[in-house]
Write a protein that binds this ligand. Sequence first.
Ligand SMILES: [Zn+2]
Length: 84
Amino acid sequence: MTPFRPGDRVPSTGIYTASHYQHRMPHEVFAVEGERFPSCRRCGERTRFTLLHEATRIDEDQDFTRSSSDSKSRNAAALSRKEG
Ligand SMILES: [Zn+2]
């Protein structure tokens, strides 16, 4: 799996492993789809992010939200993305 870099768009909400350059051991972070991976204030652009475990925000989960029409369109988009 290709790692993501600071400035890249977060492809899916979930837990990512952040791997730094020399100064710190890899650790887990939570990132939200559509946001940008941040640069590290110590190793800057050399941080790499890999998706460890995809997770849904609880307020966007189809069984925890009241607006079902919105979640349906999100699921359709996710399916077409995986097929393509
Ligand atoms: Zn760092």
